[in-house]
Design a protein around this ligand. Structure first.
Ligand SMILES: Nc1ncnc2c1ncn2[C@@H]1O[C@H](COP(=O)(O)OP(=O)(O)OP(=O)(O)O)[C@@H](O)[C@H]1O
Length: 547
């Protein structure tokens, strides 16, 4: 583990400021440690050898101790603030990047693993900032100052410290290599645990229905056991390494003390210098020992921040930055020979797909399950990059335009409506935040959900509404936008035939271009045109027959 990950400094400005403040505090602490040792040695010598008055020295000593306590307090405050600022910066950056990567990437990336990372995972950065980094700074300032000052009084003692001190970082590095792998294993076990729990909890009604709820006990036990074993081995390593470092430091201090004692008895060293060296020697080892101890507390946070950088370094699809998107109210939207293959899949999800959407048309996209219908919508929205082929609008390829501007042309109802906690009106207004109550009501009525109260509560993921109601609210959310093109993934599932016909009429009346994934014959009959998506193998067969 690098002491300070340069990516952390690059991405979080507060981390840079924190480092500067820590170095200042570290240097001041080093100076106070030396002053304290000098004053203590002077005070004791005055009492023992000179029988002198020590009130003056005691007062200065008390001030030095108070100043050191003040620095510890300042360090703690600065560290907690920096940790909070860095965590919130990283959270925001990861969320922004995940949004840019899009919903398809997010579904592959296991959203619960990302949730764990952004909550508990990043909270583990607290000890890194509050303990590890300040100790790292102290470890690089205090020993140098202490050894330098010791050398002015007793060269041999300073030499002994100089020779034994590097043993501590060498041991720490050896232990660090082992700890890093353990910490990663623990993070992985935690992510699997979170994902498994999320799956079990969300699928509990189904599991109960099929009488499999009890059977999950052993699966949960297996996953928690893995996490427990990973945590215990991390702890074992932490205890062992603290023991090794303590032992090493104690033996080193003892070596210095024996040498100083012998030279004092021989009369080669004065009492005041001997005392100063003895007081200072443990201070040279202390910061390095502390670094070793804090290393384990912060290793999880560092592993989490590495995971954060892994997400942030996932390249975004190459898109241009043109903002002059052609108006799709007048320009057709076309797909030519588009092929898509998802990462890790051998089979193409879409193969040689062509489409022309003329302005104002209502087109149904049909095909068997898994034929790539949702993939067509994802390609049009720019969430998926085609392996081959191109999306064209107004004579220009879609990937020339900035994604945010391009997507403004579309109202989208995904297969999972993705409603959020709030009211029905809140969810519809996601499409247009400044929409009035009347406009929200009109959109809901056009979507066939006129019976829903605007202030009806909606739970997380659309809970408290039926599946059909969720889709209709999502449809109203798409309708309320000014987007000229609506991409609808089975928008009328859960509606009866009359309500479905009313929705289609409403869509026609909205005078938008509509591409909707549809299965039911009634729906297919009500549209202007039907386009069929074929599974990749079927597309190959079609090509063969054509040739
Ligand atoms: N994020 C993904 N990662 C990997 N494979 C995917 C992903 N999304 C879809 N696929 C695969 O791509 C193929 C096409 O999926 P898609 O969802 O586009 O089909 P569909 O026609 O909309 O299916 P349905 O009618 O069942 O919704 C399927 O084989 C599916 O397993």
């Amino acid at each position: 583990m690098k002491p300070v990950d340069p990516r952390l400094l690059r991405r979080a400005r507060s981390a840079q400021r924190f480092l500067v403040a820590s170095v200042t505090i570290g240097v001041a602490t080093g100076l106070l440690i030396i002053a304290q040792a000098i004053l203590l040695a002077r005070g004791i010598t005055d009492v023992v050898q000179r029988d002198a008055e020590v009130s003056g020295v005691a007062l200065v000593l008390a001030s030095a101790i108070a100043a050191r306590a003040g620095l510890v307090w300042a360090q703690e405050v600065v560290a907690q603030r920096a940790a909070a600022a860095v965590k919130s910066t990283l959270r925001r950056q990861v969320l922004e990047h995940s949004l840019k990567l899009g919903p398809v990437w997010l579904s592959g990336e296991r959203s619960s693993a990302l949730t764990t990372l952004l909550t508990k995972g990043l909270d583990d950065l607290d000890p890194y900032f509050a303990r590890y980094l300040p100790q790292m700074v102290l470890a690089s300032t205090v020993p140098a100052g202490v050894i330098g000052w010791m050398a002015t009084g007793d060269l041999i003692a300073a030499g002994t410290v100089l020779v034994t001190l590097p043993l501590i970082p060498i041991f720490m590095a050896l232990i660090g290599w082992a700890t890093q792998a353990h910490s990663r294993r623990r993070q992985r076990a935690l992510a699997v645990l979170a994902h498994h729990f999320a799956d079990v909890v969300s699928g509990l009604p189904t599991l109960k229905l099929f009488g499999r709820a009890r059977a999950q006990e052993s699966a949960v036990r297996r996953v928690t056991d893995k996490h427990r074993i990973a945590s215990m081995s991390s702890l074992r390593l932490a205890f062992l390494s603290s023991f090794a470092l303590e032992l090493l430091a104690s033996i080193s201090v003892a070596l210095v003390a024996v040498g100083v004692g012998l030279r004092l008895v021989d009369g080669k060293l004065g009492l005041e210098t001997a005392l100063m060296v003895l007081i200072l020697a443990p201070e040279a080892y202390l910061p390095l020992r502390q670094v070793g101890i804090q290393f384990h507390a912060s290793a999880d946070g560092v592993a989490a921040s590495e995971e954060v950088f892994r997400v942030m370094e996932t390249p975004l699809p190459a898109r241009g930055d043109r903002t002059d998107v052609p108006d799709l109210r007048v320009s057709p939207l076309c797909m030519y020979d588009v092929a898509v293959r998802y990462p890790g899949r051998e089979q193409s999800a879409l193969e040689g797909f062509d489409l022309e959407l003329r302005p104002g048309e209502v087109v149904a996209l049909t095909g068997p399950s898994g034929a790539g219908k949702s993939t067509v919508l994802s390609v049009l929205l720019g969430f998926v990059e085609p392996e081959r082929g191109v999306v064209v609008a107004g004579g220009r390829a879609a990937d020339e335009f900035a994604p945010a501007v391009w997507r403004r042309q579309f109202g989208w109802v995904p297969q999972r409506p993705g409603l959020r906690m709030g009211t029905v009106a809140d969810n519809v207004r996601l499409g247009r935040p400044d929409a009035s109550d009347e406009e929200v009501l009109v959109a809901l009525t056009t979507a066939g959900a006129g019976e829903l109260r605007l202030d009806k509560p909606v739970g997380e993921q659309g809970q408290l509404l039926s599946g059909g109601q969720q889709r209709r609210v999502a449809l109203a959310r798409a309708l309320i936008t000014d987007a000229p093109v609506l991409l609808l993934d089975e928008p009328t599932a859960g509606l009866d035939a009359d309500a479905e016909a009313a929705v289609i009429n409403g869509l026609r009346a909205s005078a938008r271009t509509v591409l909707m994934v549809a299965h039911r014959p009634a729906l297919v009959a009500a549209v202007d045109r039907v386009v069929e998506a074929l599974a990749a193998t079927k597309a190959d067969e079609k090509d063969l027959m054509a040739s």
